[in-house]
Design a protein around this ligand. Structure first.
Ligand code: ADP
Ligand code: MG
Length: 364
């Protein structure tokens, strides 16, 4: 039928001032977010932060107290789920066990009244897209977890939706397969003309896959940025701590300046205003073992306490005095070695000005 066969064109999604409450709990607390057409947008946050609720509001399965959700120009808030035309993928696959693989994938076409011949050819094409060409005749229970999730993906995209929503689709898979599927999904997105909203609590997965990431905390958007900006310029201690491997070092406020171990720090950005406590955010891989001492590099003095071999890198635990601990990650070379200082030795770590982030502790 025309509606299902129409060639798709990805849509922007505009969420404005969305509020959802269960009793006294505001699960979505005035959420606004503008998702670009064709974008891979990830909602990232800890368990219970409201990610699934936001996704289900987009799908139409959760009705918000107030606010607006537009797909393109069209207001969706009162549109029923099956009329929103979105594809969905869940962690639990949600496949029909009594149908074949091909029947599962063709199902969205069947309920849209597409002819059996076209159902068959489009289901086959969708299965080929997820590298399951030739699997159409199998039963669902003959598939591995990764294959089942591919079938769920094929089913979500077979009717060429302009929007695809995914809720932790890879979290039931083991680590190796999950990382493989992350790359595959990213490649698949490049071939699809669809806006994808993807939910995960795994920060590395979010960094790997997304065009942009919305970090959610307690029903609010804490920061929305591209992966690199989020990693390098977190705007709060929550985001800094949630994304990547993070060491926080308390630093002293000194007028407009900041000092550590009695030395004034050279910073990339102005010191946060106010009088509250400040923390220096350190990524262990950005510290240099040679303190350098040039006018662009900060020096942090310490004593090596522990050296931990981790295959691709070595983690050094450094005592930076006053109970402060810093970790330093050094990539290993082709011989599987990094040239390292001995335990107990004094070292001067270097932190380039461009790699500094100083954030204020928030009153919570
Ligand atoms: P996430 O997907 O980020 O883990 P959810 O959106 O599932 O978080 O849930 C956010 C909060 O809303 C949690 O505190 C959860 O317990 C609560 N919640 C979700 N659904 C319901 C519901 N149907 N009734 C009551 N509370 C709910
Ligand atoms: Mg969830």
């Amino acid at each position: 039928m025309a509606a299902a066969a129409a060639s798709s064109q990805s849509l922007p999604i505009t969420v404005s001032n969305l509020v959802k409450a269960y009793g006294d709990l505001r699960v979505l607390d005035d959420v606004s977010i503008a998702i670009r057409p064709g974008e891979f947008m990830t909602l990232l946050g800890p368990s219970g932060s409201g990610k699934t609720t936001l996704l289900m509001a987009l799908a139409g399965f959760v009705s918000p107290e107030s606010g607006s959700i537009r797909f393109g120009e069209q207001e969706m808030i009162t549109t029923s789920p099956h009329k929103r035309g979105v594809g969905m993928v869940f962690q639990s696959y949600a496949l029909f066990p009594f149908m074949s693989v091909a029947e599962n994938v063709a199902y969205p076409l069947k309920i849209r009244g597409v002819s059996p011949a076209e159902q068959k050819s489009r289901a086959e094409a969708a299965l080929a897209m997820v590298k399951l060409g030739g699997y159409g005749g199998r039963r669902i229970n003959q598939l591995s977890g990764g294959q089942k999730q591919r079938v769920a993906l094929a089913r979500a995209m077979v009717f060429e939706p302009r929007i695809i929503l995914m809720d932790e689709p890879l979290s039931a898979l083991d680590k190796k397969l999950r990382e493989h599927m992350q790359i595959e999904l990213k490649q698949l997105h490049q071939k699809l003309d669809a806006t994808i909203v993807y939910v995960t609590h795994d920060q590395r997965e979010a960094l790997t896959m997304s065009d942009r990431i919305a970090v959610i905390n307690k029903g609010r958007i804490a920061q929305l940025d591209e992966p690199k900006a989020l990693y390098r310029r977190p705007n709060s201690l929550f985001v800094a701590d949630f994304i990547g491997e993070t060491v926080l070092l308390p630093v002293q406020r000194d007028g407009d300046d900041v000092s550590l171990q009695g030395r004034r720090l050279k910073l990339a950005t102005p010191t946060p205003a106010g009088s509250g406590p400040l923390q220096l955010v350190i990524r262990p891989e950005l510290l240099q073992l040679d303190g350098g001492g040039d006018d662009q590099t900060n020096t942090i003095a310490g004593v090596v306490r522990q050296t931990i071999y981790q295959g691709d890198s070595v983690l050094l635990i450094i005592d930076a005095g006053e109970g402060r601990e810093v970790s330093v990650r050094i990539a290993t070379n082709r011989a599987g070695q990094a040239s390292l200082p001995d335990s107990g030795s004094q070292i001067a770590l270097g932190l380039h000005r461009d790699d500094t982030v100083v954030l204020a502790e928030q009153a919570s």
